[in-house]
Design a protein around this ligand. Sequence first.
Ligand code: NAD
Length: 469
Amino acid sequence: MNNNLFVSPETKDLKLRTNVENLKFKGCEGGSTYIGVFENAETAIDEAVNAQKRLSLYYTKEQREKIITEIRKVTLKNKEILAQMILEETHMGRYEDKILKHELVAKYTPGTEDLATTAWSGDNGLTVVEMSPYGVIGAITPSTNPTETIICNSIGMIASGNAVVFNGHPGAKKCVAFAVDMINRAIISCGGPRNLVTAIKNPTMESLDAIIKHPAIKLLCGTGGPGMVKTLLSSGKKSIGAGAGNPPVIVDDTADIEKAGKSIIEGCSFDNNLPCIAEKEVFVFENVADDLIKNMLKNNAVIINKDQVSRLVNLVLQKNNETSEYTINKKWVGKDAKLFLDEIDVESSSDVRCIICEVDADHPFVMTELMMPILPIVRVKDIDEAIKYAKIAEQNRKHSAYIYSKNIENLNRFEKEIDTTIFVKNAKSFAGVGYGAEGFTTFTIAGCTGEGITSARNFTRQRRCVFVG
Ligand code: NAD
């Protein structure tokens, strides 16, 4: 096997690599300049079906693990390029944080070791239950972690013997094409089948519909907002739905406030608050609120007053007068804190990471998943009030929640009552996906459908094989 790693010479010229529009797509047969990227869903699926057949007939689990090792290596080699490409195409987030996200996904997404066979043996023989592939999985990915999700899903899905066809976010299609090409070249470089990972060049709702309806697609896996999850769950096919969050943080009066202030700002401002797990609102006991805010201000946060909050609301939210519901102005998602502050005439230094403000519990900043480095803070009188408001803000999405406390009763009670897929005590959100904590990484957190922190095993079907006598 040739173990050469792929770092395409073209990657040196970012402009060329990112200019997908100018690429010549020659059709399906070894088709595109970007390996695995096809004009239409039918071709992308057919190619993935063929690749998956070859994978399941001719490749061992050990060889699948080798393929995954190459994907990890190529991701680490290209992490800066991937981070830069995402910024150029989506204009959201922070370069250095995107590099870290790619490191996390490359190093800590589980591979074939995640699969386990269950066996029973006795007088009547042997029965084994194996984790087997579905075949080709249809995967939908977000603009907020475009290549991280593609790499994470590819590792898990290939580990379990599947191929995957991606319908990426249209706003990140160049990054998606680059990542799919990169992964295919890594697979081919160690002797794996071409087009094990495919994508649609110009993903649309029509191409998604074609994927959903294609008879070869037996499992759908969607990472993104509520509209997408609803579409998948209405498809009549088995679906893994990783939907929106709005993670609350509680800080009580037993917490290490200095640590909480620093850690909450770091988590909230990571990649400008794009991650679904990032801290979105804080409920702090009133007797430690001033101290918490003081410590946040020491850590690159800026506080704004009531009038400035109103101006910020008008800038980043739009109100539907019929329903009184707020929607975000997508133009501002993942932007740097300084840009918001400039817009509302608040002077700040270039190293500001997060805007904090004091609001009531029902404020739209609390109730809306902003995905911007804006952190609303609500003073509460006790743990009852904190949990009540945190649950309302989380909206039963079963996603993520955080608490800073040394009170065992408060820690346990909040964990039970909020009942989220990720619950972190005394650390920032990224601990929930293995950063600076135990446990593996995922970029597909399936709270809606219950798979939780997804990994290879979630992309398998159970098959029982029985030997009698
Ligand atoms: P988005 O919902 O706009 O897009 C996600 C994907 O779904 C894209 O591929 C998009 O084309 C597709 N899509 C959008 N609307 C659809 C519809 N009605 N039917 C079918 N497909 C549709 O989300 P985004 O802005 O790219 O990403 C941010 C959202 O994703 C946030 O809500 C965030 O919380 C969530 N997210 C969740 C996870 C998780 O693991 N649970 C991870 C990352 C992001």
